[in-house]
Design a protein around this ligand. Structure first.
Ligand code: ZN
Ligand code: ZN
Length: 340
C-alpha cells in the first residue's frame, strides 16, 4: 500500500511523492498522522533539499503495532517524540530521556529516518507518547517543540522566580517562551524581533515589544529597568550577536538561557562584562519525556494562556508548498499540516 508524502527538494521546492507505507517491526508502531508542524529547524533542508521526507512535530493515531509493544494500543491518540533513547538506562527510567547516552549523535525523527510529512509515520513504540483525549492533535503538536523545548530550558533556568524577563527572537519557540513566562506570572516581559507581525503577537501575549530594527535592544531594556537589566534573558534566535545581547540585557546575578541553535563553530566570548556579572548561563536542548506528561497536565488545566492563538495557519499535505512559502517567508506563526 502506498501513502502520500511531501519532501524538500531544495531551492524552496517541495515535492509530493508516493512512498510505500511503512510496516511496524518488533517494538515499533505506525502512526496515522493527523497533524505535523512546520519548524524553523528544517529551513536548511527547505533550502538545500533532503533525501527523505521530514517533519518531527507529529500527532496522530496508532494504526499498527509490532510484536512486543505494550506501551500503546491500536487506535490510541499519540504524539511522536523527536529523539531516540534506550529506555533502559537510569536516565531513561527516570524519564530524563534527553540525558540518555545511547545515541551520542542523536537519532532524530525526520532526519535519521522519515518523519511526519506523510500519511503514516514509523517510530519505536516508546517514541509514541499518549495524547489526552481532551486535547486536539494541534495541541499535541504544540506540546512538542513550541512548549516542550522552551519550558525545559525555563525550568532549568528557574524562570518561576523571575520578576522580569526578556525574550530575544519571537519565532514560535520565542513566542512559546513568552506564553510560558506570562503563565508563570512573570511581571514584566520584553520581547524583541525585527518582524512587525511577530512583535504584534508578542504584545498580544502580554510582552513589551521591542522592534530590534529601530531600537538598541539592550539599551531599551536597561532604560526600562532602571538601568539594571532583567532577571532572565532567553535567546531564541541562534545568532552569536543575539546571544551577546542576552548577556548584556541580564541584570547582575541574572540568568541567560540559550535556546536558539547557534552555528557549530560559534564560540562564546567571555568578556569583561560577563565575567563581572555573576551570571548563570543555561543551555538546553529539546525536553525529556517526563516533562511531556507534566506539560500535558498543565495544558489540560488551561495553564498555557492563549496557546492556541499561536497556530495561525493549517494546510492539507497537498498544499505543503504554499505552507512552506508562507511559513519560511515569515508570514505565519505556527503552521500545521493537517490530515483528514
Ligand atoms: Zn521543530
Ligand atoms: Zn537511556
Amino acid at each position: 500500500m502506498e501513502m502520500k508524502t511531501a519532501r524538500f527538494l531544495g531551492n524552496k521546492k517541495v515535492a509530493l511523492e508516493r512512498k510505500e507505507k511503512p510496516k511496524a517491526g518488533p517494538g515499533q508502531v505506525v502512526i496515522e498522522v493527523k497533524a505535523c508542524g512546520l519548524c524553523g529547524s528544517e529551513r536548511p533542508q527547505y533550502l538545500a533539499g533532503f533525501h527523505h521526507h521530514q517533519g518531527h512535530e507529529a500527532a496522530g493515531v496508532v494504526s499498527e503495532i509490532g510484536d512486543g509493544v505494550t506501551n500503546v494500543k491500536l487506535g490510541e491518540r499519540v504524539v511522536g517524540y523527536l529523539t531516540g533513547f534506550c529506555g533502559e538506562c537510569e536516565a531513561c527510567k527516570a524519564g530524563l530521556t534527553t540525558a540518555c547516552q545511547a545515541y551520542p549523535e542523536k537519532e532524530n525523527m525526520g532526519w535519521a529516518y522519515p518523519g511526519g510529512f506523510a500519511e503514516y509515520l514509523l517510530v519505536d513504540a516508546q517514541n509514541a507518547l499518549p495524547l489526552d483525549d481532551s486535547l486536539s492533535f494541534a495541541e499535541g503538536v504544540l506540546l512538542l517543540d513550541t512548549l516542550g523545548t522552551p519550558y525545559h530550558g525555563l525550568r532549568l533556568a528557574g524562570a518561576k522566580k523571575a520578576k522580569t524577563a526578556a525574550v530575544i527572537g519571537c519565532g514560535t519557540v520565542g513566542l512559546g517562551t513568552v506564553i510560558i513566562l506570562k503563565s508563570l506570572g512573570v511581571e514584566k516581559i520584553f520581547a524583541s524581533d525585527v518582524s512587525a507581525y511577530r512583535l504584534e503577537k508578542a504584545a498580544e501575549f502580554g510582552a513589551v515589544a521591542i522592534d530590534a530594527a529601530k531600537h538598541d535592544v539592550v539599551e531599551f531594556i536597561r532604560e526600562n529597568t532602571a538601568n539594571s537589566g532583567v532577571d532572565l534573558v532567553v535567546e531564541a534566535v541562534g545568532r552569536p550577536a543575539t546571544l551577546e545581547q542576552a548577556v548584556k540585557a541580564a541584570r547582575f546575578g541574572g540568568t541567560v538561557l540559550g535556546l536558539g541553535e547557534q552555528p557549530d563553530e560559534f564560540k562564546l566570548q567571555i568578556d569583561l562584562e560577563m565575567r563581572l556579572k555573576d551570571l548563570t548561563f543555561v543551555r538546553s536542548w529539546y525536553f525529556p519525556v517526563k516533562e511531556y506528561y507534566e506539560n500535558m497536565e498543565l495544558m489540560k488545566d488551561g495553564f498555557f494562556q492563549d496557546i492556541n492563538k499561536l497556530v495561525t495557519h493549517t494546510f492539507p499535505l497537498e498544499k505543503m508548498q504554499k505552507a512552506c512559502d508562507l511559513f519560511y517567508g515569515g508570514e505565519t506563526l505556527k503552521a500545521i499540516i493537517k490530515f483528514s
